[in-house]
Structures are given as structure tokens and as C-alpha cells.
Design a protein around this ligand. Structure first.
Ligand code: SF4
Length: 324
């Protein structure tokens, strides 16, 4: 593979749109494997072989829905900026703050601290930027085979990034089937302007075919979470992607503002110094999201309370004080 220069010009969370004639195959293409292998060798001198792009978090199954948890770990803010050339800044986390960058779990928690994990994130991100067709063909074929082998999945594509993947959601839904769940967290407030159950619009402002999501279709017996949405008024649809707003700390997102997001049915994830002792937090219902992976798509209008992880401590400005 020859060296390429990044020419991604927009500092944004979007990715280059795939061509209209994009197709993917259940079986990974041999030539795609070679592109991945070459990227590994060229960037970090790693063995010239292909590796999966997705990660399974099977340990979470016991406290989740039983769906296998699959996530995509791209390079978070600081690492994705390493990939840019002067004047051509691209970042996976457009709405990150100084504090969240400093204590990002994608860099400071668990295995993420290790150099090999950082290298793998950089490889994946460069692949997505420079060879998006190879990248997505591979991700989709992995997703397809995972749901074939393990049944419905719970898929998070922004494990350590905040990219708007709406251009490829229809392909993801094709690969994971209607019984799987797509969920993510985002700090991009504009994505939460509407009511949580508004019909979902694609990036081209066209309605996405509701067959791709959890639309309350009468004949769809395969969607196991239908009962969660039985309260929806006719004509409203559960989202293709269950997205929770990720609070940026009291300095940027005070409880009053977060409550307006909750009012529209969205969930809001915040890191707190301790668990609330009453049923409500800042006047709203909450759930311990560390204990239940289903929280993002099981509840609406709830605070999803998380404990500090990685290098983050209780006293950090990013953390909400429960007793305040
Ligand atoms: S905490 Fe989230 S938004 Fe902040 S740098 Fe990490 S992945 Fe990006």
C-alpha cells in the first residue's frame, strides 16, 4: 500500500459518505484483508495480517439483555487529531471538553492504557478515513457474522468517539437485523432537539425506511422490544439508534438544561460523585447505568448515572454533585 496524505478538511464528526452503489458482502473480501494488514505494517510495523475491527464485550451479557455487546473503538479526540495534517484537522470528538479529553476512558481506563490498544484505535480510524469502503465492508461483514453466530446484538459504534454515523445506519441495520439494538452516546446537543420518538430522518433529510428500526409494525414479530414502545402514539417510531445525551459537566450542562433534554424523552448520561439516595435526581428519574446496559434503550426521560472511571475522580469538574 502506498502512503497517502489525509485530506479530510472538515473539523466535524461526520465521515465521508459512501457512494450510492456501495455494497457489502457477508464474507470479508481477500483484498480488503490485505489493505488492513498493510495499514498495520505501514503505521506500526505490526505483522502483515488482518485483524477484526470490532470488539466483543461478552462480560457484559450477564448484566445486560443477553444480547452480545459489540463495539467499535476508534481513536478519541487527542488520538484522532494526531492523524491530521496542518490545516486539515479532523477529530472524532467535536464537542469534547478539556476535562473529558483529559480523562477520556478511551485513553485512561482498563486496557485502553496499553500502547497496543492505542495503536489499534489509530489503525481503525485511519482506515475509516482513508479507505472507508474497505472499513465499512469489513465492519458490516463482521456484524453480519456475529449476529449469525450469536443472535441479536447490542451494537455501539462510538465506544470512544462521537461521530455521526447516520450515512451508514441503513447498512448497519441490514447487517444486524431488526432484533438487534443500535445505541450510542453523544455530546452533540443538536442531535437531541426533537422528541425521542420522532420519525428518524437520515442525513439527506429523507425518512429512513421504518423496517430498518423498531417501528411499531403490526406484523413485525421479530422485534423483541416492541413492548417497550407500546405506549407510543400512532405514527411515532422508536429511534433507529438509541442515543443518549452525554452531559459535559455542570459548567457546560447544568441540570436545568439537561432536564429540557429529558423532557423530550431522551435519556441523559452523567457521571456523579455518588449514587442518589432518593428516587429522583435533579427532580427527574434516574437509573444506575453501570448496573444495566439496557438503560439507553430501556428507559426514556431518565438520568443514566455512571461512576467516575479511568483517571477521573469524584472531585473533578466533569462530575456532577448529587447532593448539590
Ligand atoms: S470522553 Fe467522549 S467526547 Fe470526550 S474525548 Fe473521550 S470519547 Fe471523545
Amino acid at each position: 500500500m502506498t502512503s497517502q496524505t489525509l485530506t479530510i478538511r472538515n473539523k466535524s464528526g461526520t465521515i465521508p459518505s459512501l457512494p450510492d452503489d456501495f455494497v457489502w458482502h457477508p464474507k470479508q473480501l481477500k483484498e480488503d484483508k490485505q489493505v488492513i494488514a498493510d495499514m498495520r505494517t505501514e503505521l506500526f510495523g505490526l505483522a502483515n495480517n488482518s485483524v477484526p475491527l470490532l470488539t466483543s464485550a461478552s462480560y457484559k451479557q450477564s448484566k445486560g439483555t443477553g444480547r452480545k455487546e459489540i463495539y467499535l473503538a476508534l481513536a478519541p479526540h487527542r488520538l484522532s487529531e494526531v492523524l491530521t495534517t496542518p490545516g486539515n484537522l479532523w477529530t472524532a470528538c467535536t464537542h469534547s471538553t478539556h476535562e473529558c479529553r483529559k480523562h477520556c476512558v478511551g485513553l485512561t481506563a482498563g486496557l485502553n492504557k496499553f500502547p497496543n490498544q492505542l495503536k489499534a484505535k489509530i489503525i481503525r480510524t485511519r482506515l475509516m478515513l482513508l479507505h472507508s469502503d474497505v472499513f465499512w465492508r469489513t465492519v458490516l461483514s463482521e456484524l453480519f457474522r456475529l449476529q449469525l453466530n450469536h443472535g441479536p446484538l447490542a451494537v455501539r459504534l462510538n465506544a470512544y468517539s462521537d461521530v455521526d454515523f447516520s450515512p451508514i445506519e441503513k447498512f448497519v441495520r441490514e447487517a444486524i437485523g431488526t432484533a438487534s439494538v443500535r445505541y450510542d452516546f453523544s455530546k452533540v446537543k443538536s442531535r437531541f432537539k426533537g422528541f425521542r420518538y420522532d420519525p428518524v430522518l437520515s442525513h439527506s433529510k429523507q425518512n429512513i425506511n421504518v423496517d430498518l428500526g423498531y417501528g411499531p409494525l403490526k406484523n413485525d414479530r421479530k422485534a423483541p422490544k416492541r413492548e417497550l414502545f407500546s405506549h407510543l402514539p400512532k405514527g411515532y417510531y422508536a429511534p433507529i439508534v438509541h442515543l443518549a445525551y452525554s452531559g459535559r459537566g455542570p459548567k457546560f450542562d447544568g441540570p436545568e438544561e439537561l432536564n429540557t433534554i429529558l423532557n423530550r424523552g431522551h435519556n441523559v448520561a452523567i457521571i456523579t460523585d455518588e449514587l442518589p439516595t432518593s428516587k429522583t435526581l435533579f427532580g427527574r428519574p434516574w437509573t444506575n447505568a453501570d448496573e444495566d446496559d439496557r438503560a439507553v434503550y430501556k428507559y426514556d426521560g431518565h438520568y443514566l448515572v455512571l461512576s467516575p472511571k479511568g483517571s477521573l475522580t469524584k472531585n473533578n469538574k466533569f462530575v456532577y454533585e448529587v447532593q448539590s
